[in-house]
Design a binder for this molecule. Structure first.
Ligand code: 5AD
Ligand code: SF4
Length: 446
């Protein structure tokens, strides 16, 4: 009898992709997917614990699962991802309705873990770190009709930014072999994928742990030579590892999209040093200048934390000054959240929640002005858009993304999905653009 898996993903794109791998692994052993948790035989929460808020969302979901399991005792409940890695055994001790915990290095073992729970009913906890992360090489085949795919090129992180729990939960940095990544891109392009998103905690240091001396820029050049791949994106980058060779890719690799996500975290050199970020604001601005020189239309997005322990009004003001100078296309901004095990956890001078909240609101309203200004500057231009689906707001519209990663809505029908089209931008909003379809090209190569 076919069984059903319901999987809920929290957090970043790495987790979204890990969930795709879990789905593929379970599909191989007869588990189809269901979008309705009530019809599931197996529920997996793929969790995130980067900030307190992310972890809290997982706890409330677990509460709902406890109630569901009371009504359906045969249900198997598993927890994966960063919170699973962090809590390990404690999960099954404190929440006995959890049947298994699968850590970030053990995804490849999922089918065996589920089988063991099915056969014995005894909880399983697999959170050991391994020298080589086997799931790095798992290929999660996107379903037919998809045009975009994630590809993990490295995992783990050796940077130990003082606020960040990731290196403690994802382990040491490990890059995938160059040939393996290229092979996966080729397989995906043969299945109709036009756009690849290269994933890693710090993709610019790709190659540091592989033999053969190929670095991230070499990888971009190589993928750039695969004809069916129209767009290459990557995330996320660390400013300290942006080399001139990578900057040059933005003018030399045609399929590399004009967008970079480059977390700055703070505009204060004092705070950056405390965060162990290994660059100054002047160095960050120099990188931005180089990127804009190599690629004048590049969209630059960032992450900023407010209220790091010891952050003064002056430090925060320096963040605002830096934002005024750089004018990001958009920013993900966060209140500092204390994470056990990190270097910042024990620091004195914690900033009160009310001050963090006020700083966050100030920062976000300034960023809204900049985002709208950037989006407005695109009106009148003709943009290449790959159509992703029917608009959420109107069944008469479709939506897609520009190469700079901005959402565009325009009049169009189902038949355009997956096509690469030209759209004239007519209106700009904070979170999207509106346009008129000019033409579309059929892509015949396979
Ligand atoms: N508190 C707040 N924000 C954090 N981030 C990472 N750790 C923390 C923390 N403890 C943010 C950083 C990072 C993004 C993914 O999450 O800005 O770039
Ligand atoms: Fe965390 Fe810093 Fe590594 Fe990013 S680079 S995952 S912020 S430790």
């Amino acid at each position: 009898m076919r069984r059903y898996l319901y999987i809920k993903t929290f957090g970043c794109q790495m987790n979204v992709h890990d969930s795709e791998k879990m789905r593929a692994l379970m599909e191989n052993v007869g588990y189809g997917e269901t979008a309705d948790v009530k019809t599931a035989d197996l529920v997996i929460l793929n969790t995130c614990s980067i900030r307190e808020k992310a972890a809290q969302k997982v706890y409330s979901q677990l509460g709902r699962l406890r109630a569901l399991k009371r009504r359906k005792p045969g249900l198997i409940v598993g927890v994966g991802g960063c919170l699973a890695q962090q809590w390990g055994e404690k999960f099954v001790e404190k929440m006995p309705f959890v049947d298994f915990v699968v850590g970030t290095h053990n995804i490849h073992r999922l089918p065996g873990i589920v089988e063991s729970v099915e056969n014995t009913g005894i909880p399983v906890v697999e959170t050991a770190f391994h020298q080589t992360v086997e799931s790095l090489n798992l290929v999660a085949m996107p379903c037919n009709g998809r045009i975009s795919a994630y590809i993990t090129i490295m995992q783990g992180c050796d940077n130990f930014c003082s606020y960040c729990v990731v290196p403690h939960l994802r382990g040491k940095e490990e890059s995938r072999a160059f040939e393996d990544v290229l092979e996966e891109v080729k397989i995906l392009s043969g299945r109709g994928i036009k756009e690849v998103m290269l994933l890693g905690q710090n993709v610019n240091s790709y190659g540091n742990t592989t033999q053969g001396g190929c670095d991230f820029a070499d990888l971009l050049y190589a993928i750039g030579r695969i004809p069916a791949i129209e767009r290459i994106r990557f995330t996320t980058s660390h400013p300290k590892d942006i080399q001139d060779k990578l900057v040059a890719c933005f003018s030399e690799v045609d399929s590399l999209c004009e967008h970079i996500h480059l977390p700055v975290q703070s505009g204060s050199n004092r705070i950056l040093q405390m965060m162990n970020r290994c660059y100054t604001i002047d160095e960050y601005c120099t990188i931005v200048d180089k990127l804009r020189k190599a690629c004048p239309d590049i969209s630059i997005t960032s992450d900023i934390i407010v209220g790091y322990p010891g952050e003064t009004d002056k430090d925060f003001h320096e963040t605002i000054t830096m934002m005024e100078k750089i004018r990001f296309d958009s920013v993900f901004s966060f209140k500092y959240s204390d994470r056990e095990g990190t270097a910042a956890y024990g620091l004195k001078g914690k900033v009160p929640e009310s001050v963090k909240g006020k700083r966050l609101r100030t920062l976000q309203s300034l960023q809204d002005e900049h985002t709208l200004e950037k989006n407005t500057s695109m009106t009148g231009r003709t943009e290449e858009v790959i159509v992703e689906g029917i608009s959420k707001n109107s069944g008469d519209d479709v939506y897609g993304r520009t190469r700079t990663n901005k959402i565009v809505n325009f009049r169009g029908d189902q038949g355009l999905i997956g096509k690469t089209v030209s759209v004239k931008i007519t209106e700009a909003y904070l979170h999207s653009l509106r346009g008129i379809l000019l033409s579309h090209r059929e892509v015949t190569e396979c």
